[in-house]
Design a protein around this ligand. Sequence first.
Ligand code: AMP
Length: 217
Amino acid sequence: MRFVIIGAPGAGKGTQAVLLAEKLNLPHISTGDIFRLNIKNGTKLGKKASEYIEKGLLVPDDITVDILSKRLEDPDCKNGFILDGFPRTIDQAEYLDNQLKGMGISLDFALYIDVSDENIIKRMSGRRVCESCGKVYHVIYSPTKVEGVCDDCESRLIQREDDSQEIVMSRLRTFHDLTEKLLDYYRMTGRLIVVKGREVIEMTSKEVLKALEVYNG
Ligand code: AMP
């Protein structure tokens, strides 16, 4: 299975992608995670990407498309993959379709997790991530056992810098201006699956799995 997950920032793309990757035994590829790892390690790519990420803007295609296309050629992508956060524009979607065509494969579908702006803003203020392993929590909807400490690796939880209210508004604008257009792109080619994103992660997961079953017959 090869598919992409689309959603506004904080819609739960990453959370659902991690769960699906485990369930379907597929690699989870998040361009945002790749950028964050590079920023943490102080690489040249990380420095360049952070100029855009910290303003809530998209990292230019020459950088993003390059890292994605290399990642798709890794051996673990041979039997399928889940893309989270790529594509974010029509250009990126066309690029992806062309690259896959060149590899003799194609994208099966795009899964859109639909959450209203109002709920996105509510959710983002409570999102926390582990500074070490990157696991995502929410202070109300998926809290840690010990406040502020990761359940898995016991490292400190932090708020992503780009989750501050001002940057979230900018990321939402970017989503509506550019990424939302992808819905028509995939709808017109009969590859769009829409699921309502719920507050409770398990409820969204259940609906996602049901929608995938229906889609795959
Ligand atoms: P995410 O973790 O998917 O929310 O991504 C965090 C940030 O990384 C985004 O707000 C963008 O600045 C950047 N980013 C991630 N994926 C892409 C992409 N496909 N194209 C451009 N920028 C991206």
